[in-house]
Unconditional design. Sequence first.
Length: 187
Amino acid sequence: MHLLLLSLGDGAVERFVADTVGKSPRDTTIGHVSGAGRELFVDRGFRVVDFASDPEAVDAVYVGGGNTFTIWHELQASGTDRLLDRLIRGGLPYIGLSAGSVIAGPDIEPSGLLDDPAEAPGLESTTGFGWISDVLIPHAGGMLPAYPSALIDRTFAQFGDRFPLLALDDDQALVVHDGEQQVIASP
């Protein structure tokens, strides 16, 4: 598996795509699944298409930010979660941003203090993809007013004994290649 899990900063995108896809941005097709941040790729010259239009024709896939519970519910309700899981486990590079990074872990429940679970009333399970063993907590550096350090501290206090949590500052990302993972700078 090849994963790039961003908190907010997208500085690691081009290197990740070059390492995993091996093509120039203009020759690389990114399948946008859901969430904000599509312009991060368009602005860099990548071809960006709706993932659902031809999922087998993309070089990498992207799930962006937004309410984690809403995005996860939409993926489950449409069956896209199963397709993504198969393709990513088969080697398709995955790029997640904020909520798109959280869903890569074993469970999204700990993001309940960062996002409102009530926005996805039909969500039946908070179990995530499980591609990594930790639950990512994005925006942990307190750089964004909506996610102050006290909120991150409360998240760790409330969920840290039930889930393995990994805090990512907004200028960091978690990169995973074939089971090896490393927190890197992504300003």
